[in-house]
Design a protein around this ligand. Structure first.
Ligand code: THU
Length: 132
């Protein structure tokens, strides 16, 4: 279980304001917690070459990993949609590889939330075990 989902959601809500999404206008905020308690945040950053866009979840995870913090224990994802937005397939893969089977907390700007796990969203995942 995530120790303080409110704090993680608050961080994701705040970073969502920084989303660079002039093409889709779909703003996403994400926050990951590390075992140390530290929170890393990320927003989606779009490119004029649309396929180069990076999702909020991966920005947050890359920030943690690039700070040497690889023990990640939960992630929160926030959008301003009535229906809570689950992570895309690419992000599910990266969450699995870098966070493992962690709580994935979805929330929106009006206070709705739902928690699932990586295994629920990405059953039978591919990872480094299969490369041996
Ligand atoms: N997006 C995310 O940031 N996370 C997801 O899991 C789904 C999609 C972003 C990418 C793009 O900037 C916008 O949402 C529309 O797809």
């Amino acid at each position: 279980m995530e120790s303080n989902p409110d704090e993680l959601i608050k961080a994701a809500l705040a970073v969502r304001e920084l989303a660079f999404a002039p093409y889709s206008n779909f703003r996403v905020g994400a926050a990951v917690r590390s075992k140390s308690g530290r929170i890393y945040t990320g927003c989606n950053v779009e490119s004029a070459s649309f396929g180069l866009t990076v999702c909020a979840e991966r920005v947050a995870i890359w920030k943690a990993v690039s700070e040497g913090d690889t023990d990640l224990t939960a992630i929160a994802i926030v959008t301003d949609t009535e229906k809570l937005t689950p992570p895309c397939g690419v992000c599910r893969q990266i969450i699995w590889e870098f966070c493992g089977d962690v709580p994935i907390i979805l929330a929106n700007c009006r206070g709705d939330r739902d928690t699932s796990t990586t295994n629920e969203l990405l059953p039978r995942a591919f990872d480094t075990k299969f490369l041996k």
